[in-house]
Ligand binder design. Structure first.
Ligand code: ADP
Ligand code: MG
Length: 344
């Protein structure tokens, strides 16, 4: 028996994506399996099939016109991105991706070699992380191409072996694994046809072929990081999820946010691009200051770019958790969450 479900009869476009997920969470609540370590609400679900083993799984869909335009890139890049956004969710848990199931909806006018290229893009990326496509589904989709991927991964055993959105602690530093705003810049470049822009090709690359931070995620988890999320909806889309699930506020420092010079030159409102632009797929994590040195050592040893500390988690006291920005003037202002959400 599922518990009473708080539906209202309202249309999805009026309640929004997050309320809809709350409703669906209530419907499935009564039917969750035993040994489920983590259900709806994080970057991926975690199931313990037997003692000492964790399976981590996540799924993500891309629809033509909604998430991509075929004229923006080639099919191979599209395959790369469709798998990358899924691997990124496992990276955010610190899991090791292993298998992928790929469902595609095609209008029928695509050519076989194009769909083969789509899969070449997935295989090329999957090979980097020893992740194989082992099945899927093919259907007709009258007007738009659709790609939906489910990934399964493994996590090492131990109750704290996966990084969760809810595990931040007051006093933790907040860090990101790479620059912010490049992918949003890339979307502008493609949309407004700004090919000649300084740094434009790198922005395009960031948007079309994001690099899932799988190695970084595994090292973070092994180094003792307990809390992480991948930045798919932008810093101000995703950091508030960590805040509300951990019951903490975040204070970030404008001067510390890693924004590429090309973004600063190209966009007058570059700070908005860096704060609210989505799809960078860098990892954001929180960590006690004493563990940071170990992380830097382990990243350096693995030949990875060192993370950048951008702020700190703080106790909100009696207040609701919020994200605050310390500006170069020293003034601190509250930021409104700016998730990219479907139906507003
Ligand atoms: P992310 O941005 O990392 O992909 P989302 O914000 O899309 O995460 O999802 C938040 C949580 O809600 C995840 O645990 C996801 O599995 C769950 N979720 C999203 N859509 C659905 C759905 N239609 N049915 C069940 N669970 C869902
Ligand atoms: Mg995610």
């Amino acid at each position: 028996m599922s518990k009473r479900v708080p539906t209202s009869g309202k249309r999805i476009r009026d309640i929004g994506e997050f309320k809809l997920i709350d409703v669906l969470t209530a419907v499935v609540a009564g039917s969750q399996p035993g040994r489920l370590s983590l259900g709806i609400g994080d970057d991926a679900a975690v199931w313990r099939p037997s003692p000492g083993r964790h399976i981590v799984m996540s799924t993500d869909t891309m629809i033509e016109e909604e998430h991509f335009r075929l004229e923006w890139g080639d099919w191979k890049s599209l395959g790369h991105k469709a798998l990358a956004v899924n691997l990124s969710d496992l990276a955010a848990m610190g899991a090791r991706p292993r298998l992928a199931l790929v469902s595609i909806g095609l209008t029928g006018s695509e050519r076989d070699r194009e769909i083969a290229d789509l899969y070449r893009g997935m295989v090329a990326l999957g090979d980097q992380f020893k992740t194989a496509v082992v099945g899927g589904d093919t259907t007709t989709s009258e007007t738009a191409v659709m790609i939906s991927i489910t990934v399964l991964g493994e996590a090492t055993s131990g109750p704290d072996s996966v990084m969760k959105r809810s595990s931040a602690r007051a006093g933790d530093l907040i860090a990101v694994t790479g620059p912010l705003g490049l992918a949003a810049g890339g979307l502008e470049v493609l949309d407004q046809e700004l090919r000649t822009l300084d740094g434009g090709p790198a922005m395009e690359e960031a948007f079309l072929r994001p690099k899932p931070r799988v190695r970084e995620g595994r090292i973070l988890a092994r180094s003792g990081v307990r809390c992480a999320i991948d930045l798919s909806d932008g810093l101000l889309g995703d950091l508030p999820k960590v805040c509300s699930q951990s019951g903490l506020s975040a204070e970030i420092d404008e001067l510390k946010i890693p924004v590429p010079l090309s973004i600063k030159w190209a966009f007058q409102d570059w700070i908005e691009v860096a704060l609210r632009g989505g799809e960078d797929y860098e990892l954001l994590f929180t960590v006690s200051p004493s563990v940071l040195a170990r992380i830097n050592r382990n990243f350096r040893r693995a030949g990875l770019r060192l993370p950048t500390v951008i702020g700190r988690m703080v106790d909100p006291g009696e207040a609701e958790p919020e994200v605050r920005l310390r500006m170069p003037s020293g003034q601190v202002e509250k930021l409104e969450p700016g998730a990219y959400a479907h139906w507003g």
